[in-house]
Design a protein around this ligand. Sequence first.
Ligand code: KG4
Ligand code: ZN
Length: 342
Amino acid sequence: MVLGIETSCDETGVALYDSAKGLLAHALYSQVAMHADYGGVVPELASRDHIRRLLPLTQQILSETHLSIRDIGAIAYTEGPGLAGALLVGASAAHGMAYALGVPALGLHHLEGHLLSPLLSDPAPDFPFVALLVSGGHTQLMRVSGVGDYTLLGETLDDAAGEAFDKSAKLMGLGYPGGPAIARLAERGRAGRYKLPRPLLTSGDLNFSFSGLKTAVLLASKEKPLDDDTRADLAAEVQAAIVDVLVAKALAALEQTDLTRLVVAGGVGANRLLRHALTTRAEREGYTVYYPDLEFCTDNGAMIAFAGAKRLEQREAKDVLRFSVRPRWDLAELLPPSAGTV
Ligand code: KG4
Ligand code: ZN
């Protein structure tokens, strides 16, 4: 049984995953309300809050499942990428507990957690598949051939899709996080009244670029002050522009790799228009799209516990008394298991 710990950003997530019985419990504390006043995540506040939440949340899932801390066989935590201080809280708690319990501790790549999170849902996709990873910090298309076997197909050259949502929302005077705020407002607006660019839509490769979008949003909102109606129209257009590009590139990736399964992971994967547009286009063209359950789209401990259980089958944990975090860590640096990853 693996205890999973996620503290890379503004959500404290914990979970218990049993390799025989599956996911036993998970709990999440979101700091969104605390950071909302500042319009974004304040790293120091995030670290301190992880310290306050992590052990009570762990105790909560243990008592929910009537298990004892002694039943834990291994601890998996997010080693990076993310906020250094926030990562250190999870890493040091994981190694402290692992040392006390005499069990291994394993540091994981946050995006690998997202990448494998659709495998927690039923039906789970078989390997190989194309993964569209769309979070606040990353936008990547990967070929996933197996656990630990990932090839980068394309990625953003500047802002991530979630960042484009967040920055546009900020410019429009909407709250943080911007993705859900724009999606909510877009329901009342109409796309097409404003005309925003679809960057790199026809570039032929699988890369993205979203930084021009926020400039266009800034210009649009400066041209004429936004009122309730125009703000909703602009929100609908921002969402449509991001979704159009993500759908086109994801389908191009399927075509170029000759794969038939697409997995969508990361916080932006919670977007309903994206899900609808992808599923419609993909089904028409004979592909199948898999999404993690909504609660596992954004940051959570379950994906880390699950990825930890899978990785422990492949590699040995390192010395429990030595650990580090990797605030910057490219997923492409994870070598396939056959290459002897440690
Ligand atoms: O994966 P995630 O929870 O954290 C990171 O690892 O970054 O992703 C957070 C991102 C934020 O940019 C947020 O605005 C976006 O996901 N997001 C959404 C939605 N829900 C969260 N974007 C669009 N529509 C949503 N419904
Ligand atoms: Zn994430």
